[in-house]
Design a protein around this ligand. Structure first.
Ligand SMILES: Cc1cc2nc3c(=O)[nH]c(=O)nc-3n(C[C@H](O)[C@H](O)[C@H](O)COP(=O)(O)OP(=O)(O)OC[C@H]3O[C@@H](n4cnc5c(N)ncnc54)[C@H](O)[C@@H]3O)c2cc1C
Ligand code: SF4
Length: 530
């Protein structure tokens, strides 16, 4: 078999080579489901340790040869639900990748690892030791950093959108910091969200997936796992998923059935629990305690051009509001590179008022507040597979809601200090922009409601829906990420992260997957012998 990603274009040849009738049946040591931050790293690690690995990915294979600068086309092809996964009550929207490399193909490069006070909570509440930066994790984080090119964003690449935080934050005595990104040779072309056209961003399709293939893994795109059946040897059933824009070739492999003693589920925090539930696997915690690490946006209008899409999306953070555990860790300020479609979807205006602001798109900066989620204990978020559909339920907890308001107040002060003239707040009952300038007071923000539907909330960081814990009453997987009650079924992706603030989860996901996969790889003789 050819040593490259298997896309629908190769199906005809495979059907011929293996004389297939309808289903492609394969045997492996491990099947990995999903090719994002978790799955790609796990597949590479196991393959390099001599395991025979098959990785399947629901989305297609896109790279600089076929990324598009058209937002509508890219969102439909690279994002789950075309970029608009909505909660059942329609009050929060979630963005997730659905392509080879998962969300890392379209994410914004920010590369952070949680502070010790967060990892200490993982240890103390969930019996998950060793995640501190000075502990066992340090070596894994360093290894991941080296592979995906993590470095501080150089000053020449800090764009106007991020400068708003830097300038405004300093003006009011805060402490903006420069962020780290994962790229090599970034030219600031500003297309991270649509796929980097020059392979500067070190996404999984460029790093760990080629590593896996080079070590012998079979990687198949456009294949969606529909069911996992347990047993000494497990079976993963998958079906062909076509690209929404390009017609599929006339002959395709419609189904796959992969047998392996070990299954690694890495389908992300929304699809992973849904797959386990429809397969009848796991305990009651599967799907529960979903965290979104929610964000809320203030659009600030300036007299000069901001061009928020231009340059690396995120290069500055303000952490002054993110401090004490007794405030549920508070909040964090960043910016977002919202392109016109997302800007119009997020802006709480309609009709002529919306048109007026979108016409001034070049002068808008999008500041975001992030809160941890679950500051009051468990969250009200959950994923359920019901009536043939994955459903997401979510509401912010009271302490997170208060932190969100505190963050919005600070963000408005920062944007005003940076020279904004108008602010568009995310409150559904504010149907006018707020004229701002020196001396503007934002105490009133703290009186606003954060009730679901009254405050616009979004997320790019769902996690925790197959939570890890040393106690099956509070977790669905054990500290080695093995599913309670099901030997040799592992979950290696953002699902395990038990509490926010995981603060931009890609590095946490990659390095924890590396740690878990390396431990598993060393147990080949006991895990794989059938
Ligand atoms: C727009 C955007 C910007 C972001 N920016 C940042 C950032 O700057 N910094 C940061 O740290 N994090 C960022 N994130 C989040 C980060 O990318 C994710 O937390 C991380 O990639 C999660 O890894 P994962 O393996 O859990 O899921 P993913 O990387 O999302 O991968 C899951 C994969 O599984 C596939 N899949 C799902 N179901 C099935 C199935 N049934 N069969 C086969 N395949 C399936 C999906 O198609 C997907 O490709 C961003 C995310 C988005 C969407
Ligand atoms: S900013 Fe541009 S060049 Fe840099 S990683 Fe993103 S898309 Fe690539």
């Amino acid at each position: 078999m050819k040593k490259e990603v298997i896309t629908p274009a190769e199906h005809k040849q495979i059907i011929k080579e293996f004389d297939l009738v309808s289903t492609w049946k394969l045997k492996a040591d491990a099947v990995v489901i999903g090719s994002g931050a978790g799955g790609a790293v796990a597949a590479a690690e196991l393959s390099k340790s001599g395991w025979k690995v098959v990785l399947i990915e629901e989305g297609g294979y896109f790279n600089p040869g076929n990324f598009s600068n058209d937002e509508f086309i890219s969102q439909a092809r690279l994002y789950r639900d075309a970029g608009y996964v909505l909660t059942e009550n329609q009050t929060a929207s979630i963005v997730q990748g659905r392509t080879l490399g998962g969300s890392t193909t379209i994410n914004w490069q920010t590369s952070l690892y949680p502070p010790d006070y967060v990892t200490n909570e993982w240890r103390d509440r969930f019996g998950l030791p060793g995640y501190g930066r000075s502990e066992e994790m340090a070596a894994f984080i360093e290894e991941v950093h080296a592979r995906v090119g993590v470095h501080e964003v150089p000053p020449r690449l800090i764009n106007h959108n991020n400068e708003v935080l830097m300038r405004g934050g300093k003006a009011i005595g805060l402490h903006p910091e420069v962020l780290k990104n994962n790229s090599k040779g970034c030219q600031g072309l500003g297309r991270c969200g649509l796929g980097c056209p020059i392979n500067a961003k070190q996404s999984m399709f460029l790093t760990y997936i080629p590593d896996a293939i080079a070590a012998g893994a079979i990687v198949v795109t456009n294949m969606r796992a529909t069911k996992i059946s347990d047993g000494k040897v497990k079976k993963v059933f998958a079906e062909f998923t076509p690209d929404p824009y390009e017609a599929a070739p006339g002959i395709v492999i419609e189904e796959m059935e992969i047998e392996a003693p070990v299954v690694i589920l890495s389908a992300g925090a929304l699809e992973g629990p849904a797959l386990l539930q429809r397969s009848g696997l796991g305990n009651d915690m599967v799907g529960k305690n979903l965290k979104l690490h929610p964000t809320s946006t203030i659009f600030a209008k300036f007299k000069t051009d901001i061009d928020m899409w231009h340059g690396p999306p995120q290069s500055v953070v303000i952490k002054d509001g993110h401090n004490q555990r007794n405030t549920g860790y508070g909040f964090w300020l960043e910016v977002a590179p919202f392109r016109p479609t997302l800007t119009s979807a997020i802006m709480p205006f309609y009709g002529s008022r919306q048109f007026k602001h979108i016409k001034d798109y070049k002068k808008l900066s999008a500041g975001i507040v992030l809160v941890r989620d679950g500051a009051d204990g468990q969250t009200a978020g959950k994923v359920e597979w019901s009536w043939g559909k994955r459903k997401v339920h979510y509401e912010m907890t009271p302490t997170d809601g208060k932190n969100m308001l505190l963050g919005l107040k600070m963000l408005a002060e920062v944007q005003t200090a940076a020279g904004a003239t108008e602010l568009i707040f995310p409150f559904g009952d504010m149907q006018e922009e707020f004229k701002t300038g020196p001396g503007a007071n934002f105490d009133w923000v703290l009186q606003k409601t954060f009730e679901a539907g009254r405050l616009s909330v979004g997320s790019a960081h769902p996690h925790g829906s197959i939570q890890a814990s040393s106690d099956p009453k509070t977790g669905a997987i054990n500290p080695d990420f093995e599913l309670y009650g099901h030997k040799n079924i592992f979950v290696m992706d953002a699902c395990w992260i038990p509490t926010g603030l995981s603060v931009n989860p890609q590095i946490t996901t990659m390095s924890s997957s590396l740690r878990a996969a390396r431990k598993l790889a060393g147990q080949k003789s006991s895990r794989v012998s059938t």
